[in-house]
Design a binder for this molecule. Structure first.
Ligand code: ATP
Ligand code: MG
Length: 350
């Protein structure tokens, strides 16, 4: 032990960190179409979330490219005879050269069109999640629910990542991403209520009663769906549509034709999700009887646009929801709520 290993506690006595006696509380990871976020317990007892874009760029393996990346201080790895840049660095580099990044996932699931998807995601996951603190440490990872509107294969996606995390030394457990929102945002309501995650590729919904999910579903509409439609109606590139949407607009008060288009599709998305939740309540299958009004918590990058929760409340008021609802709110940190919920699930599960 060196002097550097020693620190002082509140009373001023020297203390020594002994990782081998610490209890492994588990980790959480949100495997999203747009972002991968890992939530871990930090030494102060709080939560640290590491986020990386789920994107990469490949460049020919030649001396010129290597020198360029070194000069720009861009980290890369060599994979299948190519130089691979991952995450935020890939996004920045792509913008510099006017290229598109490649994306390992689309519509909430591993992309069938992207043959390099799994090894690339393994690199990003290792970067944000790190090694297990102890062999077999539990790690809850987010998965989408089956979609109502498209035929997708969640089982395959879930199996791939359970196996990948298992090989990294984790005991991997899947959790629906909207269920994770319930864990991160509805602790005060005894984990009872509706969690919604508005992501890049999908929107996920979960109705939970005392932490048990009663109904979970997804729709294949999210931020990408808004971007694609705005791009079509305005005749602009999809990346331009993303830019308009993310530049700090308020969908209650669009300032021009472009912002109007974004606002229209936002309203449509929110209405579509709410209608589907309502239909499930009316269908009655697996639905518990709630004694008190329940809360609705929204999260995900798509909920970060200005005016989101106000428009959500307006649309909610229009649809004549079948059961009493209390608070409707957005997670304080909408982009990392799913990852935090996965960590809470891991901690409670232990
Ligand atoms: N400030 C912002 N305003 C509006 N949209 C935003 C903002 N920031 C991010 N987004 C959008 O959020 C989406 C990404 O959100 P998020 O990271 O929650 O998705 P994901 O979890 O990766 O995707 P999914 O859950 O669908 O697999 C993108 O469509 C992005 O354009
Ligand atoms: Mg998500």
């Amino acid at each position: 032990m060196t002097h550097e290993d020693m620190s002082q506690n509140a009373e001023g006595y020297p203390t020594v960190d002994t990782p081998e006696t610490e209890i492994a509380l588990g980790k959480g990871i949100d495997l999203g179409t747009a972002n991968i976020a890992a939530a871990v317990q930090n030494e102060e007892g709080g939560i640290t979330v590491n986020v990386e874009r789920n994107a990469f760029l490949d460049i020919g393996d030649d001396v010129y490219s290597k020198n360029m990346l070194t000069k720009l201080k861009v980290p890369y790895v060599v994979h299948n005879g190519k130089l691979i840049v991952i995450g935020e660095s890939a996004f920045e580099l792509a913008n510099v050269f006017g290229k598109n990044t490649r994306r390992p996932m689309s519509d909430g699931l591993i992309s069938p069109a992207e043959t390099d998807a799994l090894p690339i995601m393994k690199m990003i996951i290792s970067k944000v999640l790190g090694q297990p603190a102890a062999p077999g440490e539990s790690c809850y990872f987010s998965v989408p629910a089956e979609s109502l509107d498209v035929d997708n294969n969640v089982i395959y996606h879930q199996g791939l990542f359970a196996s990948l995390l298992g090989k990294m030394g984790y005991s991997a457990k899947p959790i629906n991403e909207a269920h994770a929102v319930v864990f991160s945002e509805l602790a005060e309501s005894d984990f009872t209520g509706i969690g919604l995650s508005f992501g890049g590729g999908m929107a996920n919904a979960c109705v939970a009663y005392k932490s048990i999910p009663c109904v979970q579903f997804s729709v294949a509409r999210g931020g990408d769906w808004i971007d694609q439609n705005v791009s079509k109606v305005l005749g602009v590139k999809q990346s331009k549509a993303t830019y308009i949407k993310e530049r700090g607009i308020d969908i209650r008060d669009p300032q021009n034709r472009e912002e109007e288009a974004v606002a229209i599709y936002y309203r449509e998305l929110i209405n579509y999700v709410l209608k589907n939740v309502k239909a499930r309540f009316e269908g009655g299958q697996n639905m518990p009887t709630f004694q008190d009004p329940i809360d609705i918590a929204c999260a995900g990058g798509t909920s970060m646009v200005g005016g989101f929760i106000e428009v959500f409340r307006e649309e909610f008021a229009k649809i004549d929801f079948p059961i009493p609802v209390g608070r409707i709110f957005r997670a304080e940190d909408a982009l990392t709520a799913v990852a935090k919920g996965c960590l809470v699930a891991a901690a409670i599960g232990e």
